[in-house]
Design a protein around this ligand. Structure first.
Ligand code: GLU
Length: 281
């Protein structure tokens, strides 16, 4: 299979040095393997996505010397596809609607207990209040969650054992850890029509991605993606988690860190080669 990787930014702010590193790394790997480098716009959060940021992304990446085939995949155009994947999980009996807001979840979670994690890669670990609600009770104010207990049993039945499979970056599906430290993740947020986890898994499969290059900040989220691939009968790509570019205080860069925006370096007269050197490529 042809080596295929992607860069998948959200158009919710300027790309910064960390994005440049991630995109260049993925692009260089594709070139070295004589493979494909794809771009995907992750814009399901329409309350934050802006066309101006999307244009800036294309402009910055072209300036860096990156090229990708058109048309670019845009998540906002694929909501029906995500819905179909949700229906597959519902047919397996793994989904339920949840009406809890943030403060419901906080109060149901109760006081923190020693050794019991409160947060996982999908945010605060859901205490399970709505778990017994049937999908027929779904209203437009709900989010749809994955019942992790059932999902893990289903994935094991479908051929995943407790120890496998192993992935690059030593990714292992650990049922106990998924239940305790990840919990019932959100599959669909009503106002978005999807979620990051569901969309990314479907898109990587549809784009025939063989290698995912992403930051170490997403390392814990990758196990969710591997689980969803098992449940949806999708292939698991090879994951390569790279180090994060940090500021001089050791903090990872954020979208609002405008001082590190690629556009700012461009304005200051730096060249693409200077940027490569800054991120050590
Ligand atoms: N939109 C995500 C981000 O910008 C994509 C990351 C990924 O799945 O690799 O962090």
């Amino acid at each position: 299979m042809t080596f295929t990787t992607r860069f998948a930014p959200s158009p919710t702010g300027p790309l910064h040095l960390g994005h440049a590193y991630s995109a260049l790394l993925a692009h260089d790997m594709a070139v070295a393997a004589n493979g494909n480098f794809l771009l995907r716009i992750e814009d399901i959060d329409q309350s934050r996505a802006r066309p101006a940021w999307e244009h800036q992304i294309y402009d910055d990446l072209r300036w860096l010397g990156l090229r990708w085939p058109d048309p670019v995949m845009r998540q906002s155009e694929r909501l029906q596809r995500y819905r179909a994947a949700l229906d597959q999980l519902t047919a397996l009996g793994l989904t339920y609607p949840c009406r809890c807001n943030r403060s419901d979840i906080e109060s149901a979670a109760g006081a923190p207990q020693e050794g019991v994690p409160q947060f996982g890669p999908d945010g605060r670990i859901y205490p399970g209040t709505c778990r017994s609600r049937p999908m027929s009770e779904t209203t437009e104010y709900d989010v749809i969650r994955l019942n992790m207990d059932k999902a893990v049993s289903c994935a094991i039945l479908r051929g995943f054992t407790e120890t496998g499979p192993l992935h690059s970056g030593s990714h292992q599906l650990d049922p106990e850890q998924l239940i305790r430290e990840v919990g019932d993740i959100i599959l669909i947020r009503r106002q978005m029509g999807s979620s990051y986890h569901l969309s990314v898994v479907i898109d990587d499969a549809d784009q025939k991605i063989t290698h995912v290059t992403r930051g170490l900040d997403l390392f814990e989220a990758t196990q969710i993606h591997v689980l969803l691939q098992a449940l949806l009968d999708l292939p698991t790509p090879i994951y390569h988690h790279h180090n994060l570019i940090r500021d001089s205080h050791g903090k990872r860069l954020a979208k609002r860190d405008d001082a590190r925006a690629i556009a700012k370096y461009r304005q200051d007269g730096l060249s693409p080669a200077d940027l490569r050197a800054l991120v050590g490529l």
